[in-house]
Design a protein around this ligand. Structure first.
Ligand code: UD1
Ligand code: CA
Length: 415
């Protein structure tokens, strides 16, 4: 998108989070909040981005080293934060999107429609608002009888007669660059909070006869600003439900959406059943007609082919499970390459870590692993081979195809 830049505010102390980690690095659905905000900006086609950090939130720069940053030396409010970005825009002409780094659920379409309305209405400032049943904590939008925005009033400064206003400031704005920097200078310190509120700019723009517009969104979930760990849990829950719903729309059966976590980046085939209390982490790929869980944890680097069954208390990581293979009870399978039609008995463990390295276990098609087997990697179990119940197959052992091993340490069983 041309002649548009974005400023992401992340220099606040985040006091209400009660955390020593900068707020925007806290994770929503396994990703730092800031990453979600950046994704939305990227999807909206905005390339030119500037992040505002403070000495206290410097570690954000380390987590996102490719981002251009401006420093707000002291936490004197959102208005003050923006003043410190002026020099980065000396040659820029156009519109500036300002977004709070703590609104991770904002979606790209909303950013696009805000910019579109801003340009079409030739406004100096366009703000995103939402009607919500619980406006507490947010700045309220004060409009006149004809629906024109007059000002934004922060909760702390709200007179009683305005408390029932349900239209709130989401924290996403679009400004004409020139008007923004001219009017930022005029913001006065808020006497109660001793901060320069960005939101005061609306009244100042109106006073100099500039046009201020608003876009009312119907999605109050998206507006959620994360100020506390309770808000963080709310955001996680919203994202989790939304993601699971998408998987169900694609044909996955989820028996208890409330107790299930599926990462957005996972791929799952049609008619696979995900049973309750199952966690499916990033990048996992699962075929069709599988049964996963209850209580399974499928970690990154795992691929499960069609018709496989992974049951309760089974943890998989960096593991490939072939078509029709079953591991139904209490197993840990890590760095394992398991073929088709294998039966992995209850309690089987791949001992993949020797204290220094992670080693591989290879199990051929149709092998049968008895209950409670321990496979000390690196180790190979041939096609159609059998490992007796309770056996310990030691390092570098290769069980030949079709043969049986038993005991501790496992030895070849002679017919
Ligand atoms: C802010 C808005 C409020 C809106 C709400 C939406 C102001 C004054 N109020 O309130 O109208 O309804 O967001 O979630 O903006 N920041 C800095 N430097 C500072 C202070 C804050 O960069 O010195 C950044 C924060 O990192 C954050 C954003 O500005 O990303 C908003 O600050 P925050 O303290 O969270 O404001 P809210 O009280 O949530
Ligand atoms: Ca906030």
């Amino acid at each position: 998108m041309k002649n548009v830049a974005a400023i992401i505010l992340a220099a606040g102390l985040g006091t209400r989070m009660k955390s020593s980690i900068p707020k925007v690095l806290h994770k929503v659905h396994s990703r730092p909040m800031l990453e979600l905000v950046l994704n939305a900006l990227r999807k909206a086609g905005i390339k030119n981005k500037l992040l505002v950090i403070s000495p206290e939130t410097r570690s954000v720069k380390k987590a996102f080293p490719y981002l251009k940053v401006a420093l707000q030396p002291r936490p004197l409010g959102s208005g003050d934060a923006l003043r410190h970005t002026k020099k980065y825009f000396s040659r820029f002409k156009g519109d500036i999107i300002v977004i709070c780094g703590d609104t991770p659920l904002i979606n790209a379409e909303r950013i696009k429609s805000l910019l579109a309305k801003h340009r079409k209405s030739r406004s100096s400032c366009t703000i995103l608002t939402v009607d919500t049943d619980d406006p507490s904590g947010y700045g309220r939008i004060i409009k006149d009888d004809s629906g024109e925005v007059l000002k934004i009033v922060e909760e702390k400064d709200l007179p009683d007669y305005e408390r029932n206003i349900k239209e709130i400031n989401v924290g996403l704005y679009c400004f004409n660059k020139k008007d923004l920097f001219e009017h930022l200078k005029k913001i006065k310190i808020n006497p109660k909070k001793k901060e320069y509120y960005l939101t005061d700019i609306v009244e100042l723009l109106k006073a100099s006869k500039k046009k201020v517009s608003s876009v009312l969104s119907d999605n109050s979930d998206e507006a959620l600003g994360i100020n506390s760990k309770n808000d963080l849990a709310k955001a996680n829950d919203i994202m989790r439900k939304k993601t699971i719903s998408k998987f169900m729309e694609q044909g996955v059966i989820v028996t208890d959406p409330d107790s299930t976590f599926i990462d957005t980046s996972a791929k799952i085939g049609k008619d696979t059943v995900i049973h309750r209390n199952t966690i499916i982490e990033s990048g996992v790929s699962i075929g069709s007609f599988c049964e996963i869980g209850p209580f399974a944890r499928i970690r990154p680097g795992t691929r499960i082919d069609d018709n496989a069954e992974i049951g309760n208390f089974v943890e998989l990581v960096r593991t490939k499970i072939g078509r029709g293979t079953k591991a139904k009870h209490m197993s840990y399978l890590g760095d394992a390459h398991i073929g088709k039609g294998v039966n992995v008995g209850a309690g089987t463990i791949t001992a993949n870590f020797d204290g220094k390295n992670k080693n591989k276990t290879v199990i051929g098609d149709r092998a049968f692993i008895g209950v409670g087997a321990i496979l000390i990697a690196p180790v190979r179990i041939g096609k159609g081979a059998t490992v007796g119940a309770g056996s310990v197959v030691t390092r570098n052992k290769h069980v030949p195809a079709g043969k049986t091993v038993v005991g501790v340490p496992a030895r070849l069983l002679k017919k």
